[in-house]
Design a binder for this molecule. Structure first.
Ligand SMILES: [Zn+2]
Length: 189
């Protein structure tokens, strides 16, 4: 089966897309598992929520988790036909390789995530996905300032764009805004 990568900037409805995909597969009787990498030490399950109100329970993947072990140990759904992963940019390279192997062994893998961090560089997980996925699709979103296509996840504070700092800094609309490259270089939002 194939490994798909759907990428888009923050605010491009990736999570809503992922959840709608899950619901539509389930309507057709498919066994679908929803997963999400975690950056902290929480383990077990979490709820994935989209801005439009959809939500679903997901299995948390920690940075040292083996994805296959998490799947096999699932109480109800240990032989999924489809695995959907939200926030896939936070997967480790080894986990992406594991997903590739699972795709080769007949599980459809659909990864949703960011292409680049707020400095405009590929996340390591994303880099590995781009290297070995079958299909890449962009989920488009408009620049908040000028309305052209947004490609940057601008990080900001007091209306100033921040260009350096720790790459992993979890946040939402209060911290990140989708911009086109030109607006991003201007330094203010
Ligand atoms: Zn713009």
């Amino acid at each position: 089966m194939k490994l798909y990568f759907y990428y888009g900037v923050m605010g491009s409805s990736k999570t809503a897309n992922a959840l709608m995909k899950k619901f539509s597969f389930e309507e057709r009787g498919k066994r679908v598992l929803l997963m999400k990498p975690s950056l902290d030490t929480r383990s077990g399950k979490t709820i994935i929520k989209s801005r439009v109100g959809l939500s679903s329970e997901a299995i948390v993947i920690e940075s040292n988790s083996k994805i296959r072990d998490l799947v096999i140990s699932h109480e109800k759904l240990n032989n999924p036909e489809i695995i959907i992963i939200d926030e896939a940019q936070f997967l480790t390279e080894n986990q992406v390789d594991e997903l590739r192997e699972m795709a080769d062994n007949n599980i459809m893998i659909m990864c949703y995530g960011l292409k680049t961090d707020f400095t405009g560089r590929l996340f390591p997980g994303t880099k590995r996905i781009l290297e070995i996925c079958d299909t890449v699709r962009e989920i488009q979103c408009m620049c908040t300032k000028c309305g052209t296509k947004a490609i940057m996840n601008a990080k900001y504070c007091n209306n100033k764009i921040i260009y350096t700092g720790d790459i992993i800094d979890i946040g939402g609309d209060e911290k990140y805004i989708p911009l086109c490259h030109k607006c991003w270089t201007l330094g203010e939002i």
